[in-house]
Design a protein. Structure first.
Length: 144
């Protein structure tokens, strides 16, 4: 991972904030140990520079959020158990918690921080990890 501190405008200076998925980033969410295992593989594939991955845990359920460039999440067919959030035509709005890079951020923490070289998680790399054996992505065919 790169040592340079890179704080995009959507990352709060302290604590944590809710951000609307699809504005600053799209999000893919995977539950619990599966999410953590996917995060490990994505970080490994990125040589420690995988882009922003946020862990949320405070209750009985833990979630891992992979933050992708805005506007890309709906271009892919994600496997079962993988939830995806971005702006949609039906005006559904989803908020994602984003922690500060330093200080108290409970119940959120960075699994992998955004960096200048990886400001977002690569969607195709994430899809390859979540859907082994899938061709360059279970990409949807472009719409008309």
């Amino acid at each position: 991972m790169t040592n340079a501190i890179h704080r995009p405008a959507w990352v709060p200076v302290r604590g944590h904030r809710l951000r609307v998925a699809g504005v600053h980033f799209d999000a893919v969410r995977i539950e619990g140990r599966r999410g953590e295992a996917v995060a490990d593989r994505v970080v490994e594939r990125g040589d420690g520079d995988a882009g922003p991955i946020v862990c949320e845990g405070g209750g009985r359920t833990r979630w891992v959020y992979f933050l992708l460039p805005p506007g890309v999440v709906h271009r892919y067919d994600w496997p079962l158990g993988v939830q995806h959030f971005g702006l949609r035509a039906d005006r559904t709005v989803t908020y994602v918690g984003v922690p500060a890079l330093e200080g108290e951020t409970w119940p959120l923490r960075w699994y992998s921080e955004p960096t200048p070289t990886a400001p977002y998680v690569d969607a195709e790399a994430l899809l390859a990890v979540t859907s082994p054996g899938c061709s360059p992505a279970g990409r949807r065919s472009p719409g008309p």
